[in-house]
Design a binder for this molecule. Structure first.
Ligand code: COA
Length: 155
């Protein structure tokens, strides 16, 4: 089942993101802040968060309109528990996120990821779902760690 993210999910989602071993400690701190801000203010401003549950929490996605654009959206986070990856949960979260962006008349959905080898499954995942590599910013995250921006039209 995929449902709206609830405040009580916060610690589980941070733990889930940590368990994937792809996010840096700084990014995990940022995730907790993002979820805090979501419940405090950003949900009311149109941000969206989804939690996948199958007995326990299995995954989540967070997406939001990009400020100062005409209906461009960003997928900020998507993650699935390591033990249940590659079983379709990520695809279902992404599909529901895209449905919601379309319902909000979004034009483009962007997602930023890293060029590092351990993000290869994520890059394949986006390509498989029709995202194209729109830009690369060399050395963005760190020396030798580029930002790769994937984009998909929603109209
Ligand atoms: C990327 C991620 C959200 C995809 O969710 P998922 O539930 O594993 O993906 P699905 O089962 O729906 O889709 C599987 C596809 O994703 C890719 N993939 C992603 N992770 C994979 C893994 N661990 N094993 C195999 N394939 C994986 C493959 O392209 C696969 O397609 P295939 O089955 O045709 O080979 C998930 O693997 C994850 O949480 N990764 C770690 C966190 C992360 O990198 N998030 C994105 C940050 S930018």
């Amino acid at each position: 089942m995929i449902r709206s993210t609830e405040p009580a999910d916060t610690q589980s989602l941070v733990a889930l993101a940590a368990s994937t071993e792809v996010f840096k400690p700084l990014e995990l701190v940022a995730l907790e802040e993002v979820l805090c801000d979501y419940f405090a203010t950003n949900k009311a401003l149109g941000h969206r968060a989804l939690t996948a549950v199958d007995g326990t929490i299995q995954g989540f996605a967070y997406f939001a309109p990009a400020a100062m654009t005409d209906r461009t959206w960003y997928l900020w986070w998507i993650a699935v528990m390591p033990g249940t990856q590659a079983k379709g949960i990520g695809s279902e979260l992404l599909r529901l996120a895209e449905d919601e962006v379309r319902q909000q008349r979004g034009r483009i959905l962007l997602v930023e990821t890293s060029s590092l080898p351990h993000y290869e499954p994520a890059r394949k995942f986006y390509a498989k779902h029709g995202y194209t590599q729109a830009a690369t910013i060399a050395g963005y995250y760190a020396a030798g760690d580029d930002m790769v921006v994937f984009s998909k039209g929603m109209e």
